[in-house]
Design a protein around this ligand. Structure first.
Ligand SMILES: Nc1ncnc2c1ncn2[C@@H]1O[C@H](COP(=O)(O)OP(=O)(O)OP(=O)(O)O)[C@@H](O)[C@H]1O
Ligand SMILES: [Mg+2]
Length: 306
């Protein structure tokens, strides 16, 4: 049985369809990545899963419980790291954690102990008496992460948790998420960072215009949508239109990104053998999830076909 099951979920804000008939199944113990451009509907979907925003249509089950019937029980097993900072500005760093612990009926002493432990882990122990306004942007993000773990959640829902963190701190967070996964925690990770998704996620999905396009392992998505290598070709505009025609005639899979044309599912030698007048600058590099992202959300692709 999936730990999180989203069935035909739609979210409408007046005329705007933010989430459009989304279906998802997240298995126990996996880290599931939710990718998609700005405004794709990721946060709207997450807010429905954590039972703070009612769906316009559809059903969501968490650990087999219908969240409409059991919102409190569902919230109790979830750890949530929201995209927007909603820390309590009137409280200190430590109080933000201990107060939050009360929602989960964690006894005072235990709440205090856990809070200090989390502050230590996220290297915020020196700030425990500080007010929220005295924290840097990255520190607030770390505090949101610490707060999301206060109830030792079985499922963690993270909405862009490492935005604004320096590279070292980001790696520290990735390590922590990796440890939690080893301990069996299920993770739903919304991110714009393709490296993060590639490192942490067992499976990922790409969301675009409120719709969930495809969900699979990063490796399978790479194989399906872009292949092992990507060829990048830079050209002036006159030669570019000829190249684009040649690529279309040759049935190549490519996207025109303006300054550069990216060609997928082909090796350098195959392209050189089949297309005349290729420029000197032809860059071959290993494909990444970023290419999958462009390929799936790029303007040249009819997403209805995916
Ligand atoms: N409370 C709201 N009222 C009206 N429209 C909303 C509301 N929340 C979100 N939207 C709209 O829903 C769409 C999806 O927004 P959402 O925040 O879910 O996107 P997202 O994928 O999380 O984007 P980002 O990567 O920028 O965080 C957007 O067009 C947004 O303007
Ligand atoms: Mg968002």
């Amino acid at each position: 049985m999936p730990v999180i099951e989203v069935q035909h979920i739609t979210k409408k804000f007046k005329d705007l369809v933010a989430v459009d008939d989304a279906n998802l199944e997240i298995e126990e113990g996996e880290c599931f990545g939710l990718l998609g451009p700005n405004g794709a509907g990721k946060t709207s979907l997450i807010r429905m899963i954590i039972a703070i925003s009612p769906p316009s249509e559809g059903d969501i089950w968490v650990q087999g419980r219908d969240i409409k019937q059991y919102p409190r029980q569902v919230k109790a097993v979830l750890g949530v790291v929201p995209q927007m900072d909603n820390l309590d500005e009137d409280l200190t760093v430590l109080q933000n954690l201990t107060t939050f612990a009360r929602y989960f009926a964690i006894p005072r002493d235990e709440a205090y102990r856990r809070s200090l432990e989390l502050l230590k882990f996220f290297q915020l122990e020196g700030k425990h008496k500080s007010r929220i306004r005295e924290l840097s942007g990255g520190m607030k993000r770390l505090l949101l992460l610490a707060r999301g773990l206060i109830n030792r959640p079985e499922i963690i829902i993270l909405d862009e948790p490492t935005v604004g963190l320096d590279p070292q701190t980001k790696h520290m967070v990735w390590q922590k998420l990796g440890e939690l996964k080893v301990q069996g925690t299920t993770q739903l990770l919304c991110t714009q960072n393709m490296e993060e998704a590639a490192i942490l996620c067992d499976r990922v999905t790409v969301m675009h215009h409120g719709r969930i396009l495809t969900q699979d392992t990063p490796r399978a998505l790479l194989a399906r949508y872009v292949g092992d290598e990507v060829l990048g070709i830079e050209m002036d505009s006159e030669n570019k239109s000829r190249l684009v025609n040649d690529l279309i005639d040759g049935g190549f899979d490519f996207i025109d990104m303006g300054d550069i044309i990216q060609v997928f599912h082909v090796t350098r030698d195959e392209l050189v053998g089949r297309i005349e007048h290729l420029p000197e600058r032809l860059i071959e590099r290993p494909a990444t999830l970023e290419d999958v992202f462009f390929r799936l959300t790029g303007q040249t692709l009819d997403v209805g076909e995916v």
